[in-house]
Write a protein that binds this ligand. Structure first.
Ligand code: NAP
Ligand code: MG
Length: 398
């Protein structure tokens, strides 16, 4: 069989533990037999990050800026226990955090929908994609407890040394205060990533804040989105047949529950944190959640939403066969291959990515599944297999 050709390589970011094992299995079983795969390989496994003083993470992000499309395996974010386990010279930062900061990107998450694993919200027929702003607000706040009798004020010092003061509250009783911020630049990057991605997946974009209450702070988000939309994206949205829709956050939540899905929902940092967990649980499993980082200028890094599945890895090391779900990691590969195909005009490769996704969804729908889906899949006859056999079943169907 002639293998499908590629022209530009993908940036391949390998990772850790169970997902590193699955990474190789996916390539060997469902990609390499069909595609003449071209990648530039970066080993983001913790051992190599430690040996390169994390330079490998920075190099891979820089290469992604140049080539445009990356696929990333889940990686360990070190904590105290990992310091001893891997004999680390430093508690290296989260690679996802480093890459996101370097690409100035926004993360988009969407559930992989299969027949038989029905969302708890019965009106949802198509996936809802959530975009979470990844900077500021309550995640970068300053907080204080204050005693009765205190007066709290907002004080701003201008570059010339002059100041502006505004009262927050005069406390009759003990209480709490919080100061938070965001920047126009970060909000604008977030907006552009969302508009770019909406055009990409040809889905309408919803954005919501609480601007009726937060008349300056949240209103600034609303204005920046509206301005960028009017000036840069309105025509493209019209010709694509999608719309940009702004509403209040509580209204958005009410509408989401009644909509049929197939939309992109942009959320402020805290809303996105809460709503993406809500969406993931309502759709069944983190192992069925795909994820992509998109920069405002259209660079893409595809990954799974879950971690390195450590508990399964320790079983694997003991020689036990594990039934870890490779779907999210597989969809990272198909997402990256499809995007590469679209950018390079390779219809065969795009077709392959679509077929591979279809084959994997059908494999589950016909009852061949990994252990995590056993209680979720509504089907009489189902067979739980290990990861390797699950991938082989997909390859056979493909
Ligand atoms: P995790 O790897 O997502 O796994 C948590 C649990 O969820 C697993 O033990 C497993 O449950 C279930 N699970 C997750 N993915 C699964 C899959 N593909 N198939 C079947 N079950 C799956 O989270 P964690 O254990 O909290 O974190 C492990 C490591 O991953 C940490 O070092 C963390 O830093 C890292 N992490 C990386 C990323 C990333 O790179 N994007 C994201 C999150 C965490 P059962 O054990 O009950 O089967
Ligand atoms: Mg959360």
């Amino acid at each position: 069989m002639n293998k499908i050709k590629m022209t530009t390589p993908l940036v391949e970011m390998d990772g850790d533990e169970m997902t590193r094992i699955i990474w190789k299995q996916i390539k060997d079983i469902v990609i390499l037999p069909f595609v003449d795969l071209k990648t530039e390989y970066f080993d983001l496994g913790l051992i190599n990050r430690n040996e390169t003083n994390d330079q490998v993470t920075i190099d891979s992000a820089n290469r992604t800026k140049e080539l445009g499309v990356a696929v990333k395996c889940a990686t360990i974010t070190p904590n105290a226990q990992r310091m001893t386990e891997y004999n680390l010279s430093k508690m290296w930062k989260s690679p996802n955090g480093t890459i996101r900061a370097m690409l100035d990107g926004t993360v988009f998450r969407a559930p992989i929908i299969v027949d038989g694993i029905d969302p708890f919200v019965t009106t949802w027929k198509k996936p809802i994609t959530i975009a979470r702003h990844a900077y500021g607000d309550v995640y970068r706040d300053t907080e204080m407890r204050v005693d009765a009798g205190c007066k709290a004020e907002l004080l701003v010092t201008f570059p010339d040394g002059s100041t502006k003061k505004q009262e927050i509250f005069t406390f009759q009783d003990d209480g709490i205060i919080l100061g938070m911020h965001n920047t126009d630049k970060s909000i604008a990057s977030f907006a552009r990533s969302c508009f770019t991605y909406a055009l990409d997946i040809k889905q309408s974009l919803w954005f919501a804040t609480k601007d009726t209450i937060s008349k300056t702070y949240d209103h600034r988000f609303k204005d920046i989105f509206a301005e960028i939309f009017e000036n840069e994206y309105k025509d493209k949205f019209e010709s694509t047949g999608i719309e940009y829709f702004y509403t209040l956050i509580d209204d958005a939540v009410a509408r989401i529950m009644k909509c049929e899905g197939g939309i992109l929902w942009a959320c402020k940092n805290y809303d996105g944190d809460v709503m993406s967990d809500m969406l993931a649980s309502a759709c069944g499993s983190l192992a069925m959640m795909s994820s992509v980082l998109v920069s405002p200028d259209g660079k893409y890094e595809y990954e799974a939403a879950h971690g390195t599945v450590t508990r399964h890895y320790y079983k694997y090391l003991k020689g036990e066969s594990t039934s870890t779900n490779p779907m999210a990691t597989l969809f990272a590969w198909t997402g990256a291959l499809r995007k590469r195909a679209q950018l390079d005009g390779l219809s065969e490769l795009e077709d392959f990515a679509n077929r591979l996704e279809k084959a994997s969804i059908e494999t589950i729908e016909e009852g061949t599944i990994t252990g995590d889906l056993k209680s979720l899949l509504k089907k009489e006859k189902k067979e739980v297999v290990n990861t390797e056999n699950f991938l082989k079943a997909i390859a056979t169907k493909l």
